[in-house]
Design a protein around this ligand. Sequence first.
Ligand SMILES: *Cc1c(COP(=O)(O)O)cnc(C)c1O
Length: 712
Amino acid sequence: MTPLVDKVPEKLQRLPELAYNLWWSWNLEARNLFRRLDYPLWHGLQHNPVQIMQEISRDKLNAAAQDPAFYRHYTKVLMTFDQEMKNGHSWFHQQYPDLVDKTIAYFSFEFGLHNSLPIYSGGLGILSGDHTKEASDLGLPFIGVGYMYPQGYFRQRIPSHGWQEAVYEQIDMGKAPILPVLDEQGQEIKISVRMGTRQVYARAWLVQVGRTRLYLLDTDVDENEAWDRELSARLYSGDGDMRIRQEIMLGLGGIRLLRRLGISPQVWHMNEGHSAFLVLELIREKVAEGLAFKDAAAAVKAQTIFTTHTPVPAGHDVFPFHMMEQYFAGYWDELGISRDQFLGLGGHQEEWGVGFNMTVLALRRSGQANAVSQLHGQVSRQMWQEVWPEKAVDEVPIAAITNGIHAPTWVAFQLHDLFSKYLGPDWITHHDDPAFWSRVADIPAQELWQVHVQLKHKLLSYLREHVRRRWTAGKNDSTQVLTGGTLLDPNALTIGFARRFATYKRANLIFADLDRLRKILIDTHRPVQIIFAGKSHPADDPGKMLIQTIYNLARHHGLGGRVAFVEDYDMHMARYLVQGVDVWLNTPRRPREASGTSGQKAALNGIPNLSVMDGWWAEGYNGANGWAISGEANGSEQEQDRADATSLYHLLEDEIVPLFYDRDRDEVPRGWVEIMREAIRSNAPRYSMKRMVKEYTTSLYLPALRGEIAGE
Ligand SMILES: *Cc1c(COP(=O)(O)O)cnc(C)c1O
């Protein structure tokens, strides 16, 4: 039963149901419905319909019920909603009617679905969120399992000294689009997991993502000791001990929750190694049913899929054996193996000694594994060849499925309309079909450009309002007002750079030769400006140092207010940035960017990439849809940095700036718009989440669902 229904007039009874299903967030008409219901609340509450429904006055609701235009809009949205919630016409049901009763369980440590549910930190979470949404669109029999973090990830503040501060805010569960999971008696469902000598309990929350259900575990319950209640408090904080307990709860607890709900998945997908303990629990279940360890392990292997997400060693969890021993003492007996065999399941030589590596556990114990771009596939096969010592590198069984983005979530509404006009109103249904996008050529240059300029203005006024609000509240000083982007010029060529601040992403590469950059930025006739945004992990001091360096440059007179650092990057801000800048910059140290997805969001919105040939861009660049930074060097990292920076300056000076400022009589940069069109045409279908989830389905899910994967 959905809350809030008492307050809502009979005629609009189903508004709360819509508010509690995140489907509204990627359906334009549904978004507009809530926006129209109470625009000041919509704007003020950062697009959170659950909160709108709580705060809206009864008078306003009654007025809406009496307004025929609103009521028509409401019924239209409900009709679409009911149509979409029915599975019958979906892609999966059409293609695989024999498999619709199966279940694929998808485990991820973070889910980035919408800002009103801030339980993500960056790319991995956004990918899980987009995957879940597309699973709904395509009608996959799919269930997500994750973690509820009552304090989420942190909010970033950057004082005028430039050293990032982390602020944790308690998420008000009542205001988030989540509902408690209850049993038949209306009591919270609780599951428990033994950790060493104590039982740790968790309750669960349900997030309705279109047709897809996502369950989130939450350990903040009375039964737990204080330190276990805190277990799910925050994403990626705390030490190894906290992390292992979180991962035990996600892996073991997640399965127990599904069992408690009577859900029996045939396929288990581990998105990154955080949930890899789930294979142990699946084996334990089968051993308890009477199978020998070997047979149980083989059966589990046939059902499990693992996706690895980073070639950076620090991105893989490794737990010391004593910690494993502390939490799993006795568990190996239930698996029917010895302590040494148990520790050997994830045993791996690390720099500091031998440890229990979650990626190794997942690779050894799942029947199918994949990396997230073609280049990342090559790198991963090399990196993990030692797990298959008998195989040559190119025979290592790690496939590659390149990441994508959920187009309805990331496309600007103005472009949505433009695509509807020139590609057809059903473009969303066909958007993974490359042939379909050839019609982009029909969009008149002038119209595409006008929409882009409008989006750029929207971005800049969003940034100004962001700063103004904090200024008015007395929360920032004049330096912060300047660095927040108030001096940005809507006519200048605008470069965007926004992502997590990890050192391998080299946010400072463009500052390698300050004099040369300065000339580019402060040119009187052809000015260039750069907007930076991104958080650094609270424990990552080198990352924070990068932010500080750029922040200090942003306030420097010599750069003329043409560099901004906007604080507190999140999904909401990301939408404005990937829709509103002119060029999307990415400068990772190849090959450490496994895929990257923000550039795919930009390309969908007609914003060409200017990027190192790494991750998805190594395959996405075609010579005409953006620019490739490729400094030739085969020496030290410093040499590579220098060569890449030189390549970057050269592209800016000789190609990008001249092309952007080459205008026709109507001020339209014709050559530039050609590149925008080509970015959309070539990148939008291939790097869509629709293409990606179809690929996961045909190459990984189907063989597992059909029992075609051999366990051993
Ligand atoms: C898309 C997105 C990311 C991922 O960006 P990358 O380019 O893959 O690093 C991170 N954070 C937010 C908020 C995003 O929207």
